[in-house]
Ligand binder design. Structure first.
Ligand code: ATP
Ligand code: MG
Length: 265
């Protein structure tokens, strides 16, 4: 059995700016991996590489056993139909209703008849508690409802692996916990593998089997939450304590500090 996600020696950059360097990541089937790290450290960039939206400057990315760099468009498309992505911000189409948004991947990637698609859409909307919102447009929903709608769309095709970029960020604690529980339930009921980017420790506690922590383009820590708590690394402990790093630093440090302030509000 291939790893659902196998990344080796990944180098990610925008122009000359290197964001991730020599990153290795293996994700096991059925696990929930949470990716942590300060703002701008490259979490979303990592996800974009994992689903082939960006090409690595170096290294390999295998998604559900397929080497994305070697694959042709047809193979890539097939693997992406088995992959769910919840983008940071949701990325719903405002001109379509919630039901139409969720139906989109089913229409694009399957030959299912319209009636079956409607049934699947209703089922997915029920799973995220949005059955009654099917006919509303994204701007008519609250932030938490939009995230749940985006999640329903991401799981429309019953993906084997689900990528979520900050699924519960910016939501009130109860709504956030509801989304986290939903992600855990999906893993439990559909045996999905989940890679979730977050900077909420509350989310990590609720869902993480394993934590990957990024800093300055490298892996700062990888292991369980219990192991994270026992880590001798000061930056890991600062993160757990939600403290800004002590050393004076560049923008990264300032951003991390701002993040901490924001989160402590
Ligand atoms: N399209 C782009 N072009 C150039 N630089 C980019 C682009 N997208 C992101 N970056 C830069 O890459 C770095 C990593 O960005 P990324 O979005 O991966 O961070 P992140 O860890 O997801 O942050 P956040 O927690 O704020 O979402 C940042 O310095 C960002 O400015
Ligand atoms: Mg991001």
């Amino acid at each position: 059995m291939p790893w659902p996600l196998e990344i080796r020696g990944l180098k990610a950059q925008y122009g000359d700016k290197v964001i991730l360097e020599d990153l290795d990541l293996l994700v096991e089937k059925g696990e929930i991996l949470t990716v942590l790290g300060g703002s701008g450290c490259g979490k979303s960039t990592l996800l974009k590489h994992a689903v082939g939206l960006m090409e690595p400057a170096a290294g390999t990315v295998k998604l559900l056993g397929l080497d994305l760099l070697q694959a042709d468009e047809g193979e890539k498309k097939e693997v992406l139909t088995r992959t769910g992505v919840l983008f940071q911000g949701g990325a719903l189409l405002n001109s379509l209703t919630i039901a139409e948004n969720v139906a989109l991947p089913l229409e694009q990637h399957t030959d299912l008849p319209g009636a079956v698609i409607s049934d699947v859409v209703r089922m997915k909307l029920s799973m995220v508690g949005l059955f009654d919102a099917a006919g509303l447009f994204p701007p008519e929903l609250s932030g938490g409802m939009r995230k749940r709608a985006a999640l329903a769309r991401a799981i429309a095709l019953d993906p084997e692996i689900l990528f979520c970029d900050e699924p519960s960020a910016g939501l009130d604690p109860l709504t956030a916990a509801g989304i986290d529980r939903l992600i855990r339930d999906l893993r439990d009921t559909l045996a999905m593998t989940v890679v979730a980017v977050t900077h909420e420790m509350a989310s990590v506690k609720l869902i993480a089997d394993r934590v990957l922590m990024l800093d300055e383009g490298n892996v700062l820590f990888e292991g369980s939450l219990a192991e994270m708590r026992e880590s001798n690394n000061q930056a890991v402990q600062d993160y757990l304590a939600r403290k800004a790093p002590a050393a004076a630093g560049g923008t990264g440090t300032l951003l991390a500090a701002l993040h901490c302030e924001e989160e402590n509000k």
